[in-house]
Structures are given as C-alpha cells and as structure tokens.
Design a protein. Structure first.
Length: 110
C-alpha cells in the first residue's frame, strides 16, 4: 500500500487545509455569517435563514462541526450551534502570518 499524500505535509498544513475545505462552500459561509450576526448560539432557526432544505442544512452543520469550526450542544430535541473561537483564532493566525509576509517590504513578488 502506498504512502498517504497527507503524510507528506506538516500537521499544521493538514489542519489548515481541513478547516478551509470545510469552509469552502457558500452555504457554510452563510452559516458562519449568520452565527456572527446573531452573536449567540442558534438552535432551530437556521433552516429559515438559508434557501436550503433541512437535511442539506444539517449536512453542512455536520461538516462544520466535524472540522471543529462550530460547536454543538444538545438542548432537548434540538442541537444548538455556536462558533468555536479557538478554531477561528487558528484560521485568523494563519492568514495574519500570510498578510504580514506580504506587507514585508523585502517581499519581492513579481
């Protein structure tokens, strides 16, 4: 059996790739934006905010939760979701490092 391609990259590179892959859908971006707008945990109203069927919204929530971008807690028959601040800080730090390097006057980009 051959070597897995992900083994060729660092843990950080694999983590960032996994997080960005989970965010790489407009419905998931809309979910994150809605969570930021309400600035609290949401339970059932998310289906009313997106032009998608409930099973589709649930699948997108599952992908975001599996990546650690959102957290979910069970309250009665529903699951309430909020953004995982630690994960978002990881993403922010990654793009902040890129931004700093691009702003460096010694950066000789074509």
């Amino acid at each position: 059996m051959g070597i897995s391609k992900i083994d060729l990259f660092t843990d950080e590179q694999n983590t960032i790739a996994m997080l960005l892959k989970a965010l790489a859908h407009p419905a998931r971006i809309a979910i994150i934006e809605h969570l930021l707008k309400v600035n609290s945990c949401i339970c059932g109203e998310l289906v009313n905010e997106l032009p998608l069927a409930q099973p589709t919204v649930s699948q997108h929530l599952k992908e975001l939760k599996n990546a650690g971008i959102i957290k979910g807690s069970i309250e009665g028959n529903t699951t309430c979701y909020c953004i995982d601040k630690d994960t978002m800080n990881t993403i922010e730090e990654y793009f902040s490092q890129i931004s700093k390097k691009l702003k460096n006057p010694e950066n000789k980009c074509c």
